[in-house]
Design a protein around this ligand. Structure first.
Ligand code: SF4
Length: 391
């Protein structure tokens, strides 16, 4: 008979009132009221919480007034054995630094307290030997090689992406997407994931495998069927490139293809087929419009932003497509102005080294920058088009 499982619940160690008093003295004597970030350190030296404030000292001292078992600040402080802090040049810089530290350390209390205020859907191009397209709920999906969104109307995005997959013949399944190191043990009731391959690339294996059970797309002719060795590898990858261009807002080829197919079905009096294609076209055209809107918003977030820091110091942030590429002191001499212009040319001229999509790790920064200017229209007035050699 199997031994019963014993689960031990170990309470994480907490600080004593005397220790918290020492921390308060440390803050009172050492921290200034300037913009900055702070890290709460747990008993083993790991960062358990990262925060930021425009007035760091006031913010940190507020933790010591927090009371109650459920109070967020009081709970964090009970587990903080040490506090570290650093100053930033501006409040905007503090927000950026906080975001980057959270991504670096993934502190326990920050992850616990993240609450999505609205459901999101991202359109992901998945990697692996055979690219596919899928809707994922999070911006850190491990299988996504490129991510677009988020979009709010999750159900409609799902339908549109299925229509897009059907229009392009690309897969939208999970087969082979899980990297081997992370493959979880699968329950017996689930089909085994089959490796994807094309008969044109491995003719000796053609016909030796069967399709994953439960997928009708190949039967219906809406997926090339790489899982059964069907389809042509070159044509499939060409279509994957087209799909990427569509999601980058550089091509409307799937819309045009569907329009042509619908017209052909209508001319052939295949009205049922024309109706199916019309519905698919409406969804793909809607997604195309959302994608264009998304990229227009990204491109709008390209500028030089001058922000004021403590002591009326001025700082320039160079923002390209929603991510901050440099932070420098505002020039006060002709030589400093010349250096800034050269830096701007390097950052803003030529194709974006990041490519047309926003790397998944930069999406959060894009939303931080967008929300900063949305909530502070006066700060938006302190942005200007970047200097380039064409200016
Ligand atoms: S036919 Fe095969 S490759 Fe295509 S979606 Fe279905 S399981 Fe995936």
């Amino acid at each position: 008979m199997a031994e019963p499982t014993v689960r031990l619940h170990v309470r994480p160690p907490q600080t004593t009132p005397a220790h918290r008093k020492q921390l308060r003295t440390l803050v009172r004597e050492g921290v200034e009221n300037r913009p900055g970030v702070y890290r709460m350190i747990g008993p083993t030296g790991t960062v358990i919480y990262v925060g930021q404030s425009r007035v760091l000292r006031t913010r940190l001292l507020s933790y010591f007034r927090a009371k109650g078992r459920r109070n967020k600040a009081a709970r964090i402080l009970r587990h903080a054995f040490h506090i570290e802090w650093e100053y930033t040049n501006t409040e905007f810089g503090a927000l950026l630094r906080e975001l980057r530290l959270i991504k670096q350390h993934r502190p326990h209390f920050n992850s616990m307290m993240v609450a999505d205020d609205w459901p999101r859907a991202y359109v992901a191009i998945t990697g692996g030997p055979v690219p596919g397209v899928r809707v994922v709920p999070r911006s850190d999906d491990p299988q996504a090689t490129a991510l677009f969104g988020p979009f709010r109307r999750v159900a409609q995005v799902r339908e549109a992406v299925r229509a897009l997959a059907e229009a392009t013949g690309l897969r939208d399944c999970l087969i082979d997407d899980v990297p081997p190191a992370r493959t979880p043990a699968r329950p017996r009731t689930q089909p085994r994931a089959l490796p994807l391959w094309f008969a044109s690339e491995s003719p000796e294996r053609a016909g030796s495998r069967s399709r994953a059970p439960g997928c009708l797309r190949h039967d219906l002719g809406t997926c090339a069927g790489p899982c059964v060795g069907a389809g042509d590898a070159t044509a499939y990858r060409d279509m994957a490139r087209t799909l990427r261009e569509f999601l980058e807002g550089r091509s409307d080829a799937p819309v045009r293809t569907l329009e042509g197919a619908m017209q052909a079905a209508s001319d052939a009096l295949a009205f049922e087929q024309a109706r199916v294609l019309r519905d698919r076209l409406a969804l793909v055209a809607w997604l195309h419009e959302r994608v264009q809107h998304f990229h227009a918003n990204v491109d709008r977030l390209t500028f030089a932003y001058q922000a004021t820091g403590p002591g009326d110091t001025e700082w320039v942030y160079l923002v390209r497509r929603g991510t901050v590429r440099a932070e420098v002191r505002a020039p006060r001499t002709a030589q400093q102005q010349q250096s800034l212009e050269e830096l701007q040319q390097r950052i803003f001229e030529g194709p974006d080294p990041q490519g047309a999509d926003i790397p998944t790790h930069d999406l959060d920064e894009f939303y931080l920058v967008a929300s900063w200017f949305r909530r502070r229209p006066l700060e938006k007035k302190r942005t200007r088009a970047p200097f380039t050699s064409r200016s």
